[in-house]
Design a protein around this ligand. Structure first.
Ligand code: HEC
Ligand code: HEC
Length: 155
């Protein structure tokens, strides 16, 4: 019985850890300027997906933004940059600056989307296009909701 109780306890703690991780991306109130300016080419990535230093570099190089020009007027750039920094990742696993300031190059991202979780061929489907296209599989990605129950891999 003791062993049973202990394992139930461990399982519950693991489940809590798991959802605590998914919860760590939940949104602060959205900034309208952000949605207007940063969600035309891809979804509006929740600020908690990257640490502040990464957002700062991204906002300082919008004229050379992953192969496109995403320049903004100075006022919007400042407003969005401040909001992103204020709401940036603070968790132990999410606050490391990933290569190229890409969410999709973060250690946690690569771990959560390894070849056991997502068949490598899936990334090449037209319906997915790129790992950066979170909302192809996470219906509520723009709200920062990455819970397992709302994951659906498109055909
Ligand atoms: C003109 C189109 C365009 C606009 C506007 C735009 N982006 Fe992007 N962004 C891109 C492209 C293209 C990529 C690379 C996507 C890929 O590799 O599939 C990208 C990638 C990103 C990534 C990295 C995603 C990853 O792979 O982890 C972040 C973060 C990002 N953009 C933030 C922003 C922010 C913040 C703004 C607003 C200031 C913005 N983007 C506006 C086109 C745009
Ligand atoms: C091709 C589909 C697909 C795309 C695109 C995708 N994901 Fe996922 N994601 C998954 C799958 C499948 C899982 C594993 C779900 C599970 O734990 O059973 C997952 C897990 C996660 C988790 C962990 C949730 C937890 O409870 O531990 C997070 C966070 C996450 N994804 C964020 C993102 C972000 C951010 C993006 C875009 C930059 C993204 N994903 C793009 C399919 C995808």
């Amino acid at each position: 019985m003791k062993i049973f109780k202990t394992s139930v306890f461990i399982l519950c703690s693991l489940a809590a850890l798991q959802s605590a991780f998914a919860d760590s991306f939940k949104q602060a109130p959205v900034l309208d300027t952000y949605t207007q300016e940063c969600a035309s080419c891809h979804m509006a990535y929740p600020p908690a997906l990257l640490p502040s230093a990464s957002w700062q570099r991204i906002m300082a190089s919008l004229n050379k933004h992953y192969g496109v020009d995403a320049s903004l007027d100075a006022a919007s750039q400042k407003k969005i940059g401040t909001w992103l920094s204020n709401n940036a990742a603070a968790g132990k696993r999410t606050s490391l600056e990933p290569p190229k300031d890409r969410i999709t190059q973060s250690d946690w991202f690569l771990r959560k989307h390894n070849s056991h979780e997502v068949d490598p061929a899936v990334w090449k489907r037209a319906s997915v296009g790129s790992p950066s296209n979170c909302n192809a599989c996470h219906a509520k990605a723009a709200q920062g909701d990455f819970e397992e129950d709302s994951v659906r891999i498109p055909k």
